[in-house]
Design a binder for this molecule. Sequence first.
Ligand SMILES: C[S@@+](CC[C@H](N)C(=O)[O-])C[C@H]1O[C@@H](n2cnc3c(N)ncnc32)[C@H](O)[C@@H]1O
Length: 459
Amino acid sequence: MAWLPEAFLARMERQLGPDFPAFLASYHAPRATGLYVLPQRMAAEELAARLPGIGPPVPWARHGLYYDEQVVRPAKHPYYFAGAYYIQEPSAMLPAEWLPVRHGERVLDLCAAPGGKSVQLGSRLAGTGLLVVNDPHPERARALLKNVERYGLIQAVVLCETPDRIARAFPEFFDHVLVDAPCSGEGMFRKLPEMARSWRPEWVSAYARQQAEILAGAALCLRRGGHLVYSTCTFAEEENELQVAQFADKHSDFTVLATRRLWPHQVAGEGHFAALLRRGGARGDADQITTRPGPESASHDVRLRREVASAVAAWSSQVFGAADAWLRALPPGGRVVERSGHILWEHGELPHLQGLRVLRSGWLLGTITARRFRPSQALAMGLPKAMVADASRLDLTAMAHEGWETSVRYLRGETIPAPAGCSRGWVLVCVDGLALGWAQAAGTWLKNGYPPGWRWVDG
Ligand SMILES: C[S@@+](CC[C@H](N)C(=O)[O-])C[C@H]1O[C@@H](n2cnc3c(N)ncnc32)[C@H](O)[C@@H]1O
């Protein structure tokens, strides 16, 4: 095992004792690959039935499935572009699964990019509640935003901030906080051998210091009675059990409810650690989760200038056959606002974000240019299934050769034929009932509206 650092191997031998040979042998075993299926888009069983090489289920994650990379390339399928599943390392599905998230709650994913766990948390909220996702690195935060949009996380706010600044803006605000911390990444050596080559023993204590700071910020964001999951993809005890024990020592109102290690020699997945903690509070606090009142009414607070509102209404009439139909897409209780030509739905319970680096304050519905409304990719991906079915649309099927070819042409950014009887206006291009994006009919053709940064690239 020449490519594994000696200092790492020596420490693992001390840590694992009699299990060390089995651990070492796991580096010769093939690694498991997985994907998380968004139940709102497609049932896991349905996906497994349609695509060969998908399944069986990942034991510790509902909607998690293994796939056989010799049989299927899930990133090269129109369903991937439709946000039906997120390709995720199986062990990485555990931490989000552990948070007892329920509809309507407020959830913070503090170290979120590229967003695998945000997708899991968002799909658990199913278009309700509030999900704040954050990553302090601008480029990673942009990748996070793209996944928020692709997977239709309409209730998400995307930040690029440090944990202490988030703690100041959201004191005791969240029901659940996930800290999927930056770590020395030892659990990823099998998947990414280049990480092993750059690893240094001193990383462990450097990351441990950073993790303690992040956890301190996370604790301030959590309400009494709320839950916190801390996780890493490393083996070092300093970053895992010891980190959690030190945190619990310093924060006497937190109780460690459970910890779990996933070892590559024991499960089909890479190395992972997760701890579930609960912040104590006054008696009965645990029930607060279920008793927070929902939004008062299903009405919408639309704060748009008259000409902007009529542009949206005109678009809605063309696509859904009614000027006010677009309002049905919006979760109740929020507000629709215009910010520099961008039309957004924002959550009603959002505190002031002034001074924070905000990549997205809500669901981007579209933009206004020359008094016309242009629907966004985020709108296409976030529309509820019933509204996708009601839209003026082209529905292709990936289960037939022609439908597959046309969807791939659309995803590459090419012009495709318009559906019969549709020669003008916006069309929602769909695959097997799932939205892919917008196009504009011009005679017998559809002008492609698929965003350049999202396109299918061959190879
Ligand atoms: C393990 S990765 C997160 C993976 C992500 N949760 C997912 O499931 O896709 C850790 C993330 O923490 C971010 N990070 C680094 N320093 C941070 C800090 N001080 N506070 C919060 N996040 C930080 C990194 O940019 C990185 O994206």
